[in-house]
Ligand binder design. Structure first.
Ligand code: ZN
Length: 199
């Protein structure tokens, strides 16, 4: 690959840092971009820059948003007394895609994992506990993953909130143990949401 001009080598290196992109694929993509019309290559570069400058986190639920508060938190048609707690934006997107939930979300930004040194202060638990005001919220749905970290996180939240007089539920059957929500099909997601159980 060393026979390429410096600019191509740089792009190949940058592209190969993306998940699932090896050197060969990066080379193919770089050459594709090189031969693409100028406006297409410029649009791609512009989209990446705009993504980084415009997409922030919602100040309420920490979903990805291009405004201070996200589309869901500002939607009067959503039920703001329901908060569905998820680990990351991908899991939130999976639930939204299934079209089975009309409440709001809280994106933790990870899960508790003592082995990896991730404790309660490393994810957005304080922010969740501040939002979980029984005067405004009637149900917290724990939709963390069903692996060890997800279960640990759900148990921790339950323990901290159970005395507040809120309904706390956990998404139920259908989501496979150790399963990643983004690979759950919409029908299974619907079942998991409908059959959530209380504590
Ligand atoms: Zn939001």
């Amino acid at each position: 690959m060393n026979h390429y001009p410096e600019a191509i080598l740089k792009l190949i290196n940058s592209l190969s840092t993306l998940p699932g992109i090896g050197k060969k694929t990066a080379e193919r993509l770089a050459l594709h971009i090189l031969h693409a019309p100028d406006h297409e290559a410029a649009a791609l570069a512009g989209d990446i820059i705009e993504l980084k400058s415009s997409v922030k986190l919602c100040s309420s639920c920490f979903a990805l948003s291009d405004k201070p508060k996200c589309r869901i938190c500002t939607d009067p048609a959503r039920d703001h007394s329901l908060i569905c707690v998820v680990e990351n934006p991908k899991d939130m997107a999976a639930i939204e895609k299934a079209n089975v939930f009309s409440g709001t979300y809280h994106v933790l930004g990870g899960a508790l994992s003592p082995i990896d040194g991730i404790g309660p202060d490393d994810i957005r638990l304080t922010e969740l506990f501040n939002r979980a005001d029984p005067k405004k919220v009637r149900e917290i749905i724990l939709a963390t993953k069903t692996d060890v970290e997800g279960e640990t996180t759900a148990a921790y939240i339950l323990d901290r909130l159970k005395s507040r007089g809120l309904t706390i539920t956990r998404i139920a059957s259908g989501v496979p143990m150790g399963g990643d929500l983004q690979y759950v099909d919409p029908l299974t997601m619907q079942k998991a949401m409908e059959k959530r159980y209380g504590f």
